[in-house]
Design a protein around this ligand. Structure first.
Ligand SMILES: [Fe+2]
Length: 282
């Protein structure tokens, strides 16, 4: 038997159904999973309980694995698996995790094509908070009126780590605030991404600081309105984690964020990433 998929919402999300676990690790499954991620943006594997080795096997079968921030992690069992946690003993820079409470795309300020997909395994599920929300920037773009689409044509936004951390800047200890906020490149991206497939999505999120050639207040207001538009229930999905859940999403066509949670919940996620194959293009 081959794996099957079941839609979660009209515009976003599918659940993966399998019989025997070995069905998840065949080359045919990797192809079907990758195609489904592109089509449905978010794929949920309920309580599949992958080991790091199994997660890496799926990651590598789908594309080229890429390391985003693994170097900051001191207890990763594998350098390519990043442990998302607020525990400073494991993650000495929890500011980056606090930054994930706000809508963002992974790796959008780094000087390489944005990662195609992010893969997360839930090792410790919090009792309260810590759900992950996803918003399809494909569906959000498609949902705009023709007039609104035209108004976005040719616009570019400037993205930076500083902008993405500005909502939590006051919570970063003063002695290393400037260092943390200063890290990362500033990248300019077209607001509307025309993918090689011909489909269009928006490149938005808290990393987007302002729009090139537009007064800062007007540009920021536009970016926030687009973010709110994309986050509406029709285009977004909230996943409540159960231990063992595994989720893959198309980072090139979605923003994501975590619902705030407390360090005491022990929330622990293992993350891998798949390299992107195309740069953002207008
Ligand atoms: Fe993220």
């Amino acid at each position: 038997m081959a794996i099957r998929f079941e839609d979660i919402k009209e515009h976003i999300g599918s659940r993966v159904i399998w019989g025997d676990r070995t069905e998840l690790f065949t080359p045919e499954a990797a192809q079907a999973i990758r195609a489904k991620v592109e089509e449905r943006t978010v794929l949920v594997f309920p309580e599949v309980h992958l080991s790091d080795e199994e997660q890496l096997a799926i990651t590598e079968a789908m594309g080229e694995k890429v390391r985003l921030t693994a170097r900051n992690n001191v207890q990763s069992t594998d350098q390519d698996v990043y442990q998302v946690t607020l525990d400073e003993k494991i993650n000495p820079q929890p500011e980056y995790v606090l930054g994930t409470f706000f809508w963002h795309m992974d790796g959008i300020t780094v000087d390489m094509p944005p990662p195609f997909a992010t893969l997360l395994s839930c090792r410790i599920a919090p009792d309260k908070g810590g759900e992950t929300e996803f918003a399809s920037t494909y569906a959000a773009y498609e949902g705009l009126s023709e007039e609104e689409k035209q108004a976005l044509e040719g616009l570019k936004a400037v993205h930076s780590v500083r902008a993405s951390l500005s909502p939590i800047a006051d919570a970063i200890p003063e002695k290393h605030r400037e260092k943390v906020l200063g890290i990362g490149l500033v990248k300019e991206h077209p607001l509307v991404w025309t993918h090689e497939s011909g489909r269009k999505s928006m490149v938005i999120g808290t990393t987007a600081d302002h729009i090139v050639g537009m007064e800062v207040p007007a540009g920021r207001a536009m970016l926030i309105r687009l973010q709110e538009w994309a986050a509406q229930p029709a285009f977004s999905l909230r996943h409540k984690w159960t231990k063992g859940d595994f989720v893959i999403w198309d980072n090139t066509g979605a923003m994501h964020r975590a619902i705030p949670y407390d360090k005491s919940t022990g929330r622990m996620m293992h993350r891998t990433s798949i390299a992107g194959t195309e740069a953002v293009a207008a």
